[in-house]
Design a protein around this ligand. Sequence first.
Ligand SMILES: [Zn+2]
Ligand SMILES: [Zn+2]
Length: 175
Amino acid sequence: MSHLNNHFISNHVLKINVGFLLHEAAGYNRDIDFDIPVIRLADDVDLRYLRGTLRFTRTRRGILVQGNMHAGYQAQCERCLEDTTLQLDLEIEELFVYPPTPEAEFAVGDDGALNLAPLLREETIVHVPIRVVCDADCRGLCAECGQNLNYGTCTCKEDAIDPRFIILKQLQKGD
Ligand SMILES: [Zn+2]
Ligand SMILES: [Zn+2]
């Protein structure tokens, strides 16, 4: 389903203007709902969906972002090589400092906007398992003909030569 790649929307929608919060007293907050169908979070991270609610709270040091996000991470099954969607739950809690400082990893820009994309990318990456399979029972591809064995069997198994038979042949040659 990689032909859908071109339809992923830009991560610019995750640049949130929080200027209205910066003028409020510490403790003031606002919830923002996200329901994004397909998004390119970063060059190496495509999501089939990104949903959840984040609370943006004005603190004396900046804007605290908290909440739970559900992300559908697009990956490839390492057995059958088909696209698969991993459902990830991301727990977000991060302070975006304001005014911005050079040391801060996350900060509200001078323009009053904060960019959630790098934070969400980071959270996504740490939740993706090292080995991705579409299903624990995925049967993978036939090593001989490439048939996806989840969709049906091929005839290679019947034709395959039993490795014990090959050894036997070699022994006979040595005589
Ligand atoms: Zn698979
Ligand atoms: Zn086969």
